[in-house]
Design a protein around this ligand. Structure first.
Ligand SMILES: [Zn+2]
Length: 292
């Protein structure tokens, strides 16, 4: 799933390529992906892209004051196309293409654009056309952005204080902190040498400071790695930069211990016992339930 660093890189990528271009049309192929009806998606035609922003994991194209807001969900992606002038119209219901944004031809005669695709059968990719991005409920509900300078140690201390939630779940909650998902919460907790099951409210001041540093450094490093790469390469880059996420069975880069996994019904977390849990493997609840 694209998380803050990938969406940030996509936003920067689109800023360079799309700002100043005129929208020819937005073709929504997967009808269920379009979550708004007023203004209609056709209202974007003829408008110029004036800015690109990221809100949590949402991508926001400002087109003369109308906003095309996109959430890529678990299996969505954005592909830039240098020339869509020859692209065939796509019929709904077939394949991964969810929507296509076409721009007017530039001085070079090419009509570029981008496609939003979603793999798999669970279709969660969401597209919104709004006058204000905060009209998107998921954007309005976002917690503070960890890359914003206002996200300080004090901000994080206020977030964890009194919380009875496990720290892994708290970091993934978009209403608490914006942009962190399953992958980067694993990475942040590994960098902070902290158990994913630790109850947030029990963190000491020193641990909150360590966690804050891990959040900011992990995300900034990931953004740096992804910066400048063409959109199509970002997914590979994300995989290569991860230290524990999706690396169960492999040695930890830091200590050499074997990275372990805890499985849940629809996801899994990975961690290093030596770095994060005092050398003790965490109980895999699904396994222990089966063993009872
Ligand atoms: Zn380790």
């Amino acid at each position: 799933m694209p998380e803050l660093p990938e969406v940030e890189s996509l936003a920067e990528f689109l800023k360079e390529r799309a700002v100043g271009r005129t929208v020819l049309a937005v073709d929504v192929v997967a009808v269920q992906a379009l979550k708004t009806f007023d203004p209609p998606v056709t209202a974007l035609g003829g408008l110029t892209v004036t800015g690109v922003a990221r809100h949590g994991k949402f991508l926001d194209l400002d087109c003369d004051g109308l906003h095309l807001v996109v959430h890529l969900a678990r299996a969505g992606w954005l592909r830039w196309r240098d020339d869509l002038s020859g692209a065939k119209p796509v019929r709904p219901g077939k394949g991964p293409l969810a929507a296509r944004v076409r721009f007017a031809p530039g001085d070079d005669g090419l009509a570029p654009g981008f496609e939003l695709t979603e793999a798999g059968t669970q279709k969660r990719l969401a597209v919104y056309v709004t006058r204000d991005p905060r009209e998107v409920p998921g954007v309005a509900a976002l917690g503070p952005d960890p890359l914003d300078p206002s996200f300080t140690v004090d901000t994080l201390r206020r977030i964890v204080s009194g919380s009875r939630t496990q720290i892994k779940g708290l970091l993934r909650d978009q209403k608490v902190v914006a942009g962190i998902g399953n992958a980067y919460s694993d990475e942040v907790l590994h960098a902070a040498r902290m158990s994913p099951f630790k109850i947030a409210g029990t963190l000491t001041d020193a641990q909150v400071a360590d966690l804050h540093e891990a959040v900011v450094a992990t995300l900034r490093e990931a953004v740096e790695r992804a910066r400048g790469l063409a959109a199509k390469d970002l997914k590979a880059e994300k995989k290569s930069g991860l230290r524990v996420h999706n690396r169960a069975g492999q040695p930890c880069d830091v200590c050499g211990d074997t990275i372990r996994e805890v499985s849940f019904s629809d996801s899994a977390l990975q961690y290093c016992p030596t770095c994060q849990t005092g050398g003790k493997p965490l109980a895999d609840r699904r396994l222990s339930r089966l063993l009872k």
